[in-house]
Ligand binder design. Structure first.
Ligand SMILES: [Zn+2]
Length: 94
């Protein structure tokens, strides 16, 4: 997992810092890896991708949303393509 700072510094908006994003992509490529997913949080919900998430999805990867409802956090994953989001099964492995 590579952490990238939220350039917008907002609890309701996420914009990856472009310098950190470029460094992450270069690190992935230089290590022979493949980007398979991007996650971000929705600290106050919703637990699904937003209209903005769909509009700004730029990479063919799984988009994971970590959200909180009350005191409980959850994770859901979505594939976004052609302006539509479809939930995909998320399996965690150790
Ligand atoms: Zn979002």
């Amino acid at each position: 997992m590579i952490k990238i700072r939220n350039q917008s510094q907002s609890p309701t908006r996420f914009v990856m810092d472009p310098y950190e994003q470029l460094n992450a992509f270069q690190w992935i490529e230089s290590n022979g890896l493949e980007l398979v997913g991007i996650f971000h949080s929705h600290p106050t919900g919703p637990e699904v991708v937003s209209v903005t998430d769909i509009a700004e999805a730029a990479y063919p990867v799984v988009h994971v949303i970590v959200s909180r409802a009350g005191r409980d956090w959850s994770m859901r994953a979505f594939w976004i393509e052609n302006g539509r989001a479809e939930e995909v099964e998320l399996m965690l492995a150790r």
